[in-house]
Ligand binder design. Sequence first.
Ligand code: RP5
Length: 166
Amino acid sequence: MTKVGIILGSDSDYPYMEKGVKLLKEFDIPFEMEVSSAHRTPERTVEIVKRFEEQGARVIIAAAGGAAHLPGVVAAHTVLPVLGVPITSALSGIDSLYSIVQMPGGIPVATFGIGNSGGMNSILFAIQILANNDEAIKEKIIKFREEQKESVYKKSQRLKEKLNSE
Ligand code: RP5
């Protein structure tokens, strides 16, 4: 069983997704990650999308950089929600962002921010989609938000202490 299917255009994209993947593991959500390229391995990309569907995936994340057609190609082959992550590139990810976000009307891709924050948020968003039908996941998200809040308070406290000691 796979709840979240993730396709990366290359293994070099993985560092941008790493934090989010850690979260999927902490939340105990079954996921699968594959490397496949819209350009270099187009047929394999479609096979993976079909397999994710058969395995019960509820959402697919596609991350790619440069002329980043992967999320659009994935979306063309499924009616599952597709979340696109523009990876930082030679053009700072602007090329990736534009390639993903400007889908022609009819085949949507939900597009996230460039790089690390986009990688993390795409996975959080996928988890929130699952939480619509799963109270246990919803509770975990609420706990995650509380911990996040705590970490901001701590940062503020640490900064105050630093300023006072100078
Ligand atoms: C894209 O080209 C990938 O998603 C990656 O962001 C970029 C570079 O790929 P590699 O040359 O590192 O395989 O298709």
